[in-house]
Design a protein around this ligand. Structure first.
Ligand code: CP
Length: 310
């Protein structure tokens, strides 16, 4: 595999733990794995005999399936457990559930949970490798990495680009992983949205704040819209979705303020007509489905690297 640098992480909990060399190795490995998904027989024996468990306590379309497809394309055995089918519904703790799963000797547990820190809690208490597939409002590292890969593919570089991230920054683990990842790789990250959805201290992660969306997007190479995470808001943080769409939605007019060759991104799921105008979501600059394609390659790389591949 590419380069001399060796990946030493047992777990993937957040991009805050990753060096620039780690990120570059994941992206190079993902680029080399991407071709496998274009073959008529989309399977290699790389992880034959390895066991991967998807433990998802929150809904997911892209991430859960993408990790499963990634593991299966490398011939690992995969198993899925959701919150409704797990014994946590009978009162078992998360750690007890994970320890019982570990007793069946999996090599890797991929967890999504509504609580920030749940992936680290698991990593501290079980023997298997843990990959964070989104923990509360904390981080979603594989999404951050697939977004980095998509930008690098589209623009040929990451350093020096302006990345505008618009929407619910406060509740978005995707925003947090992207701010950390893009800043580490030398991009300028500007976040925009209503004051109630921009958390204090976000500058410490590496972002600058612009409450006016047109200013945030001005000259940007990448415009990333984020979903309003109503499931994480205790009280309404803006008057109505209609007003939100009018003031903060990424519309053709907002996109006109970006660089002429700017790309449009969204991690999904999209609330069409709220944070993203359908004309923008489906327009020629949108790379939203490329993000999903790259998600499989990035997750193949992550599973491969934490299992000792280099
Ligand atoms: N981007 C993302 O995490 O999507 P899912 O919630 O469908 O996994």
């Amino acid at each position: 595999m590419p380069g001399e640098y060796h990946f030493t992480h047992k777990h993937v909990l957040g991009l805050a733990d990753f060096s620039v060399a780690d990120i570059n190795l994941v992206l190079q490995t993902a680029e080399s794995f991407k071709e496998i998904s274009t073959r008529s027989i989309k399977k290699v024996p790389t992880l034959r005999g390895k066991t991967v468990i998807n433990l998802f306590f929150e809904p997911s379309t892209r991430t859960r399936l993408s990790f499963e497809v990634a593991a299966k394309r490398m011939s690992a055995d995969t198993f899925n457990i959701s919150s409704s089918s797990s014994s946590t519904t009978k009162g078992e703790t998360l750690i007890d559930t994970a320890r019982n799963l570990t007793a069946m000797k999996p090599d890797c547990i991929i967890i999504r949970h509504s609580r920030s820190g749940s992936a680290r809690l698991l990593a501290d208490n079980i023997d298997a490798s843990v990959i964070n597939a989104g923990d509360g409002t904390h981080e979603h590292p594989s999404q951050g990495l697939l977004d980095l890969m998509t930008v690098k593919e589209a623009k040929g570089k990451i350093a020096g680009l302006k990345i505008a991230i618009i929407g619910d920054i406060a509740h978005s683990r995707v925003a947090h992983s992207n701010i950390i990842g893009f800043s580490k790789m030398g991009a300028q990250v500007v976040v925009g949205g209503p004051a109630t959805l921009i958390p204090p201290g976000i500058e410490e992660m590496g972002a600058t704040v612009s409450r006016n969306v047109i200013d945030a997007v001005d000259g940007a190479d990448v415009v990333m819209a984020l979903r309003i995470q109503q499931e994480r808001q205790q009280d309404p943080l803006f008057p109505s979705l209609r007003e939100y769409a009018g003031f903060y939605g990424v519309s053709p007019k907002v996109v006109d303020a970006a660089a002429p060759d700017a790309i449009i991104m969204h991690p999904g799921p999209i609330n069409r007509g709220v944070e993203l105008d359908p004309r923008v979501a489906d327009g020629s600059r949108s790379v939203i489905l490329e993000q999903v394609t790259n998600g499989v390659a990035v997750r193949m790389a992550l599973i491969y690297l934490i299992m000792g591949g280099n």
